[in-house]
Design a binder for this molecule. Structure first.
Ligand code: BGC
Ligand code: CA
Length: 352
């Protein structure tokens, strides 16, 4: 820090006072600022927890988009809804002109609106979709995310296609059905609920029989997924024919467990699918340890969130100068896309 300060003073004699003032506080764990110009409009933002693989990519996209346009006050809510509400109070007290909120609990949207609405502060919720009725209750509340069900349908299509092509090898008990285990995201999260439902339904709709051996939440988390998978491998051993994960973090956790059990070496194989297409998963697809993923476009969701929040902070129409559209529930929905070995580059492009 001492050296850095000196460097700044030497190289930026004029603007240094502002930079140093904010630079000194940037080490706090629950708050950081990517755009340090206090003359820019202030936008308050929260991420439900920084320690979420996918959200770390969304966060990076938000910071990139914010540079030079807004003073982004970004908070880590550390998976604690009470903490997030305090952060929102502080952001409003600090003069935030708009809010970009990744809820901890999707059911807490109304509490945030109750704080913002009396002060006429627009709120852009992102990633965790609030109930449509809650968004309707405040004309300056919006959502940036996806159509949750789409990711489930696409994951199901990917499973069905891969199964049809490989069932001679993968249908270990030769009953024509897929014996699967499913790692679910956070219960009550619209993405977790929809992916769980639509992935399996889509496989069935394609005329493929399924049998659920086990299903449980691993809260989007790799370590928790490894623990779950360890237990399932111990209990069902080679009865498991497919691992379906609501996100890549958990798919990667499952793969770690399967590797310990001897999978992915010799002819011991297990098909695993996830959602997000994060770079770590793309690597697994590339080296044959994952069948595929569904691209959850972190870059465009982060970008759209900041674009809407910036417009809102400047008193403009939220879509002004952007490529986005709002649907009838005031939501911007970024499309998903199936990613397999065949189109790996599309996943790589989306995350670079
Ligand atoms: C992503 C998950 C992530 C979650 C956080 C989902 O859209 O697919 O990877 O953990 O959002 O809310
Ligand atoms: Ca079978």
């Amino acid at each position: 820090m001492g050296k850095m300060k000196k460097g700044l003073i030497l190289s930026l004699s004029v603007a240094s006072s502002i930079l140093l003032a904010t630079g000194c506080s940037s080490s706090t764990s629950s708050s950081e600022s990517s755009s340090k110009d206090s003359k820019l409009p202030a936008v308050g933002a929260t991420i439900y927890k920084f320690d979420d693989n996918f959200m770390s990519y969304v966060r990076r996209a938000m910071q990139d988009e914010a540079k030079g346009k807004i003073n982004l006050m970004l908070n880590d809510s550390q998976n604690d809804q009470a903490k997030q509400i305090e952060q929102v109070d502080t952001l409003i007290a600090k003069g935030a002109k708009s809010l970009a909120i990744n809820l901890v609990d999707p059911k807490s949207a109304q509490t945030i609106i109750d704080k913002a609405k009396p002060k006429d502060i627009p709120v852009i919720f992102f990633n965790k979709e609030p109930d449509a009725s809650v968004l309707k209750g405040y004309d300056k509340a919006y959502f940036v995310g996806t159509t949750s069900s789409e990711s489930g349908v696409l994951q199901g299509e990917m499973i069905a296609k891969a199964w049809e092509a490989n069932k001679d090898k993968w249908d270990k008990n030769h009953d024509g059905k897929i014996q699967y285990v499913l790692l679910k995201g956070e219960p009550g999260h619209p993405d977790a609920e929809a992916r769980t439902k639509y992935a399996v339904e889509t496989v069935k709709d394609k005329g493929i029989g399924v049998e659920e051996l086990a299903m449980d939440t691993a809260m989007w988390d790799a370590t928790k997924a490894t623990e779950k998978m360890d237990a399932w491998v111990a209990k069902y051993s080679d009865k498991i024919e497919f691992v379906i994960a609501n996100n890549d973090g958990m798919a990667l956790g499952a793969i770690a467990s399967l590797e310990k059990a001897g999978y992915f070496s010799g002819d011991k194989f297990m098909p695993v699918v996830g959602v997000d297409a994060i770079p770590e998963a793309l690597e697994m697809i590339e080296n044959g340890k994952m069948v595929g993923s569904v691209l959850n476009d972190a870059k465009n969701q982060g970008k759209a969130t900041i674009q809407l929040a910036t417009n809102a902070a400047n008193g403009k129409d939220v879509l002004d100068g952007t490529e986005w559209k709002l649907d009838d529930s005031k939501a911007v929905r970024v499309p998903y896309k199936i990613i397999t070995k065949d189109n790996l580059q599309e996943g790589k492009d989306a995350y670079q």
